[in-house]
Write a protein that binds this ligand. Structure first.
Ligand SMILES: *Cc1c(COP(=O)(O)O)cnc(C)c1O
Length: 386
């Protein structure tokens, strides 16, 4: 829901700031890690993990990305006009029934995950009387998507007629746990199963897979989360730049007495006289109700505890010792930012950064920052020019 106002301002209760320059930096960091011989793609499914595929995908293109991945054909069709024609878009969840002609017409690459999808694509190529590009996925141990080893055994060259297989891919189940035995197992299985497609580029790694080392890079990598600042190496410090800031405005403040209750269910009872602030952000904006027990937000660098339950459109926080002047009506309180990463907010919510980002609602004022907005980057550029 987007509203046009006379003042030109969005009167939203909370602000989501997406640093496109940080996404570009993260992309280049991963591309440098895998080296020039390996193609570094960008996964922009689920509206670029909730951050806005129409803004994020062109920024990635500008950073050098040419291979884009979404989950659904509809996502690919919606994104196609925002990318130049030399960018490819692949549909990870595969070719949907009845979607063949739309997919072919728009030049989208389906990821063929079963023999049925392969047959449908081959039939579509015959009807169109031309060769159609595709990605083939092999299941090497996740049991989710892709041709099973048995299906691979039944795959004859005749069945691939009319299909130009551009990439053979699979997916790692445990890449975020570096020492997990599944990684080496899946890699070995992928190599042996993919052997059937000699001379065709191979791809196995997501963000975390890239950090498992060059053995996992093959010919192309498919990072998503790391581009958006989620830590791809959860047991080690985050090598990526933060991308997202989330802040909410104070709607009102109040003073309560010891013994007063706060919020739905009267879950919270003040032990002492307290000052509370109500913020315009709730579970309809992607703030999990589970956050009520362990969640904090930040103002002036101080952690403020959430008091009581998370409501649909608001939360109430304990202002503690903070002075009244610093927290006037309209002051912005940080939920994700320099004091709390997306991974930390996720952990306090009992989930992962992926779910926090993809769950962000559409009621925010959204600000997209590019390189020109970042003083340090423009200074750098100036230095480079002079
Ligand atoms: C989502 C997805 C990715 C990206 O994974 P991240 O962990 O976000 O880097 C890569 N490949 C496939 C098949 C996916 O579904």
């Amino acid at each position: 829901m987007s509203v046009e106002t006379r003042s030109g301002h969005r009167h939203a209760g909370a602000t989501l700031t997406v640093d496109l320059a940080a996404i570009q930096w993260n992309y280049r960091c991963l591309a440098d890690m895998v080296g020039a011989q390996v193609r570094c793609g960008g996964v922009v499914k689920a509206d670029a993990y909730g951050l806005g595929a129409r803004q994020v995908a062109p920024a990635l293109y500008q950073a050098g990305c040419r291979d884009f991945y979404v989950a659904h054909l509809d996502e690919a069709l919606a994104l196609r006009p925002y990318l130049p024609s030399n960018a490819s878009i692949a549909v990870l969840n595969g070719l949907p029934c009845g979607g063949e002609d739309d997919c072919a017409e728009a030049g989208i690459l389906p990821v063929l995950n079963s023999l049925a999808q392969l047959d449908a694509w081959s039939a579509c190529a015959r009807r169109a009387e031309r060769v159609l590009g595709a990605v083939v996925q092999i299941d090497c141990g996740m049991s989710r998507l892709g041709l099973s080893p048995r299906e691979l055994g039944e795959l004859s060259d005749a069945r691939l007629r009319g299909i130009d297989v551009r990439l053979v891919m699979s997916h790692l189940a445990c890449a975020d746990v570096a020492g997990h035995a599944a990684n080496a197992y899946q890699r070995a299985r992928f190599c042996s199963l993919a052997d059937r497609f000699a001379g065709i580029p191979k791809s196995l790694a997501n963000s975390s897979g890239i950090f498992l080392g060059p053995d996992y890079h093959h010919d192309a990598v498919r990072p998503g989360a790391a581009l958006y600042g989620i830590n791809p190496t959860p047991s080690r410090p985050n090598p990526m730049r933060p991308v997202v800031r989330l802040s909410a405005a104070i709607v009102q403040t109040r003073e309560i007495e010891a013994g007063d209750h706060v919020g739905y269910g009267w879950d919270f009872r003040a032990a002492r006289p307290s000052r509370l602030a109500t913020l315009s952000i709730g579970y309809a904006d992607g703030l999990h109700r589970a956050l009520a027990r362990s969640g904090v937000v930040y103002a002036e660098g101080c952690a403020l505890a959430i008091a009581g339950r998370v409501s649909m459109d608001s939360i109430t926080v304990d202002l503690g010792e903070l002075s009244a002047e610093s927290l006037a009506r309209g002051a912005e309180i940080e939920l994700i930012g320099p004091h709390q990463s997306v991974d930390e907010l996720a952990s306090a919510s009992g989930t992962i950064g992926y779910e926090i980002l993809t769950g962000l609602g559409d009621r925010y004022r959204r600000i997209y920052r590019d390189a020109a907005d970042r003083p340090q980057d423009s200074e750098l550029r100036k230095e480079m020019v002079s």
